[in-house]
Write a new protein. Structure first.
Length: 405
């Protein structure tokens, strides 16, 4: 029984939406992208949503928009994919890594310890579909003591008057915190629509703009949209409409080229229309069947999917094995692969990667990150999995554990 790790959800509705785009004669940024933005806004309740070609480029856009430059510090967890830190480095800023909690989310006490007068942004990372403790993070940046230390150095920093909270929600579209959906929990939220995500556009992302007054969110959406198109005042779709002046445009600042094309947006539009009724319930079914098997095993630590504040969106099933070494975990994964079951690890902590080691980061400074990483195995979780396949995966993991330990 061959079981892949994370195939995309492609049904006839998704195919029809893509074919409709191909037949329309317009495949780059146009009406399908706007439809996708509207669907994300509907799902999240966010005032304005801007689609881009990846989570990473969206993060670079926001950091540049906020004025991050050399010497500015952005606090991030050590336990995340490298894109979180790379976006900061691409803007000339300094990533400041902190450790995490047992549930994989960033430790707010560690954030407090890392704050300096150079801190401009805090970027919490939702992991496996579970949100961070946003009440604590938002209270921290709003506190008088922290606001007093904030030194603005750009127009938008002056306007906000405090540290920006930029949520890395690559994993958490559809998750809830205090009965509120991700997208509305912080100043800015960025989702990923990469191929393995709950909602995919093959490659892509969405920026949810939820800034407080005196910001005009719709106005900021329009400005950020220009950022995605090289700072050009008219997009290709508008220019294609014809007319005596539609072709005329201007470049008003040094933007980026990170717009999402319609051919990609079409996938996400079709998926989002059945996300709440079909995709999420089926992912939950898979997670709960895993839970029912592993919760009785004293060697298994099941992931948090729901607590008093949070409901996950079942993006990953991040199983941890108790009292095991990194090497033994790797041996278990080899054994599982021999059963033709594809599993993964989320993530290798950044201080273990060459780039970040060369920047002076040491995994010894992040003990919880290493402990979680060394024992974690991500199991397949997607709507197409049958109960028979889920049971096969469970028994493959149990067999691997019994073989190795």
């Amino acid at each position: 029984m061959k079981i892949p790790f994370a195939p995309p959800f492609i049904d006839e509705d998704v195919i029809a939406e893509v074919v409709d785009t191909l037949k329309s004669g317009w495949i780059t940024t146009g009406p399908k992208v706007k439809a996708l933005e509207d669907e994300v806004a509907r799902l999240t309740g966010t005032p304005d949503v801007l689609c881009v070609n990846s989570w990473t480029s969206g993060a670079i856009l926001i950091l540049k928009w906020f004025g991050i430059t050399e010497g500015d510090e952005v606090i991030i967890p050590a336990y995340t994919y490298s894109a979180t830190a790379l976006a900061v480095l691409h803007c000339g800023g300094t990533p400041v890594m902190v450790d995490i909690n047992d549930d994989f989310t960033v430790d707010v006490d560690k954030i407090k310890e890392a704050l300096t007068e150079r801190t401009k942004v805090i970027m919490p990372v939702d992991i496996a579909g579970l949100t961070c403790d946003y009440d604590a993070i938002n209270e921290l940046v709003q506190s008088e003591n922290v606001r007093r230390k904030f030194t603005p150095a750009s127009e938008n920093q002056n306007k906000l008057g405090r540290i920006l909270v930029l949520s890395d929600a690559a994993h958490s579209i559809g998750a809830f915190y205090n009965n509120r959906p991700t997208g509305t929990l912080t100043d800015i939220t960025i989702f990923s629509f990469h191929a393995v995500k709950n909602i995919t556009t093959a490659e892509g992302g969405a920026i949810c703009i939820n800034l407080p007054e005196p910001f005009d969110n719709t106005g900021e959406y329009k400005t950020m949209r220009l950022w995605t198109l090289n700072g050009q005042t008219k997009d290709a779709f508008t220019k294609s409409l014809g007319g005596s002046s539609n072709w005329k445009y201007d470049i008003i600042f040094q933007g980026l080229k990170i717009n999402m094309p319609d051919i990609c947006a079409a996938l996400g539009v079709a998926q989002l229309r059945k996300y709440e009724a079909v995709i999420m319930p089926e992912r939950k079914r898979v997670a709960e069947r895993y839970h029912s098997f592993f919760q009785s095993k004293d060697w298994a630590q099941i992931p948090v999917m729901k607590d008093e504040k949070r409901t996950a969106c079942y993006h990953l099933y991040a199983l941890r094995i108790n009292n095991i070494t990194e090497e033994q975990r790797d041996e278990m994964m080899v054994s599982i692969a021999e059963d033709d079951v594809a599993v993964n690890v989320h993530f290798i902590p950044m201080p273990m990667l060459t780039l970040f080691k060369n920047l002076g980061f040491k995994i010894e400074d992040f003990p919880k990150s290493y402990d979680n990483y060394s024992r974690e195995i991500s199991l397949p979780i997607y709507p197409q999995l049958t109960n028979e396949q889920i049971d096969f995966i469970c028994h493959s993991v149990e067999k691997a554990y019994n073989t190795i330990l």
